[in-house]
Write a protein that binds this ligand. Sequence first.
Ligand code: SAM
Length: 291
Amino acid sequence: MMKINHPGILYIVATPIGNLKDISQRAIEVLQSVDCIAAEDTRHSGHLLQHLGLNKPLISLHEHNEEKRAGELIARLQQGESIALISDAGTPLISDPGYLLVKLVKEAGMRVVPIPGPCALIAALSVSGLPTDRFVFEGFLPSKAKVRKEQLEALRLESRTLIFYEAPHRILESLRAMEQVFGADRQMVLARELTKMFETVKSGSIHEIINEITQDENQERGEIIVLVAGAKVIFEEETGFSSLKILSTLVDTLPVKQAVELTSQITGDKKNDLYQKALQIRDQKKHGKES
Ligand code: SAM
């Protein structure tokens, strides 16, 4: 009888961002069970597998060979092999290769299963003390000064917490560009070497953090995440419009829900807060007319 192979599964496996104890039990079990492991840097990942006592075939998958490798890996999955994708650190695809592979595997109708775990941006956000309910992850800023500035300009009025990955040799340059665009007083957090021996999380204004880095060059070393507070106050300062004024104008002509929705889109203020204010404004206006 002919053997029918079921297609294999592609597992997206998160690995530690520093401290090797952060690997999950399930990640270890999956890495043990798969037929092969696709890795960004096979030498780097070889050390992790060695640490875990695993001996699995490693296949390199990086930004320069992803398309070609994806074809080969899809053929293997179709033969019934299971494959894990890992990156050098943290969650694959997050500023790391794998997007094309996942897209093509899904288009080929096969399963992609996440094995969640460490992710530097989430770890940093969770200890930043900045609002966590809404945030924007910008990955790495462009290295060219002009393009970087344009990208920052586009984020100037963004009200959600901003998160950037940054290379140590560019950190000062980037922070100075942020100081120019967001202003010296905007609050920020510099999260460095998370889960490692020299882990530091520093909070302050952009200007204060730049001063700290220039006084202690250790702060320019290692792996770094920059978090910047959203631009709440800036909206009113820059535009001269207050969110109350906008809300009050819209409430005159639109249903409360729509007025709130639009005001939130324009100012970035939270809908819940605006809703309460809208009800008060509407009641005040009603009573004003009655009396
Ligand atoms: N896929 C990874 C993740 O899940 O976070 C990110 C990979 S990206 C190529 C590497 C960047 O992530 C570093 O330049 C740094 O900005 C950030 N990063 C990674 N590990 C970190 C750590 N332990 N502490 C601080 N930042 C880290």
